[in-house]
Design a protein around this ligand. Structure first.
Ligand SMILES: [Zn+2]
Length: 258
């Protein structure tokens, strides 16, 4: 008998803390999880596995970071107002993030006066924070709802076409089914092919826009960063179209100009 076994990551929710989010550019509530690697048989694991680390996910924007659990005084079982959460879980927040918070003040008040290197590293940082989620997305084939609709449409075609052909042109039934099948396959393949760009536009661009807009990035700056990331093998550099990113940045530019 063939037995499926191996190791798999096991996530355990530990609680909520307050910490700094690079995408939101401020303090936010986070959910902290313990990550363990446990042996599995048919993907069923027992226990929490050997500790490999922790992650924290911003409850405002959904971005995940690796976490240092020792940083927190405690973890709250439930979400609470941010000030209360900070007092209970990370009272040293202001001191720990002092340099970063003063840099964020500069970003807010005069982003164009930041030193060139400071500005470049702040811009690049947002892409690097989001890079792991892009790597994960493109590591396997994903079905979003549009791909699901294409599969349903194909099934619908394969049911409707033979029934229709039997009535209209019974001698063409086989050809009609083959044409319907080919059309369905083309539709599904096309939707899978464009789903990557859809993910970038829908899930990545809004987060990048949120983080980059306060810096009022120029087209040349984001183009150069994407090229650099692509050279270093980051998928975000090759999968993200500059035009899609600039489209996402536009609304805030209009607000800033108003
Ligand atoms: Zn956030």
């Amino acid at each position: 008998m063939f037995i499926v076994w191996g190791k798999k990551a096991v996530y355990k929710k530990l609680g909520f803390v307050a910490d700094f989010c690079t995408i939101c550019r401020c303090a936010q509530p986070f959910l902290v999880r313990r990550i363990g690697m446990a042996g599995h048989v048919y993907y069923i694991t027992v226990g929490e596995g050997e500790l490999v680390g922790y992650d924290r996910t911003c409850q405002a924007c959904g971005t995940s970071y690796t976490a240092d659990a020792a940083r927190y005084q405690s973890m709250a079982k439930k979400q609470a107002p941010l000030a209360e959460l900070m007092r209970k879980t990370f009272p040293g927040f202001a001191a720990y993030w002092a340099d970063r918070l003063s840099l964020e003040e500069k970003v807010k008040s005069s982003p164009m006066l930041l030193a060139a290197e400071e500005r470049k590293s702040l811009l690049r940082e947002a892409f690097l924070v989001l890079s792991p989620s892009v790597e994960k997305r493109f590591a396997s084939t994903h079905m979003d709802k549009e791909v699901g609709f294409a599969v349903l449409a194909t099934i619908g075609l394969l049911l409707a076409v033979p029934a229709l052909t039997r009535v209209v042109a019974p001698d063409q039934a086989e050809v009609a089914v083959l044409v319907a099948m080919a059309a369905g396959i083309v539709l599904v393949i096309w939707q899978i092919a464009v789903s990557g760009r859809r993910f970038m536009r829908r899930d990545v661009v809004p987060l990048l826009a949120k983080s980059l807009n306060p810096l009022r990035p120029k087209k040349e700056e984001v183009t150069a960063i994407l090229a650099e990331l692509k050279t270093h093998g980051h998928k975000i550099g090759s999968k993200l179209k500059v035009a899609d990113l600039l489209d996402g940045l536009k609304p805030a530019r209009v607000v800033l100009a108003a």
